[in-house]
Design a protein. Sequence first.
Length: 231
Amino acid sequence: MNTEVTIGEGDTRLSELIDTVVKSMKEREECYVNCRVDVNGKRVSELDVNSKTAPKFNITLRSFNRAADVTDLEADELLDRAEHHKERGVSLYSAGNIEFAVRRFDRAADLVRRVDRSGNFPAQSLRDRGRTVLCQCELNLAACRLKTGEHDKVVEQCTAALELDPRSVKGLYRRSQALAKLGHYQEARRDAVEAQRLEPNNKAVMSQLRSVDELIRQEKQIYQKMFSLSA
């Protein structure tokens, strides 16, 4: 069976394995693969020794075409690729595949940054497009890391997004969530208040502000008890 494989376009551990194998092969070379992970990403050590879910297969590299190196791409081509990875990341996030969504968003952000590092000066419309994509990637990475509990990184990425778009309600809201988890309640409240100023009817923001106010109230009660006990 002939199957076309695009290196880097898979989003499973099995596809990663195939990418690694194919990149090491020469044209018309054959190899046998005894996979160490099953289609669900479990390692062989976690599987029954007689399990048939760990694939074993032969690969013959019939032909290959080299893609253009990213260093040779123009600004619009870099942004096209960045948007592709960002959109793929959104799909993965929606499917609950946070690990591979993060990889896609990181890849998209790196491609946008290459536009600035290239030394070229693209048109204003392309610079604006790049800032938009980069801001979206930072916000999406923050959303992923809220899921994984990496709250310091959420703060960093929301801050980066807000440097690109100071009126980003999502950036303020997600940073407020992360700051609250880190115990920085007053800073979390400032972000929630600013987000509500920008979108007064945003229910999620209103709920976050109430939540932070409750945390501040509880913290005050704890301190009051501590001082009363000391007296």
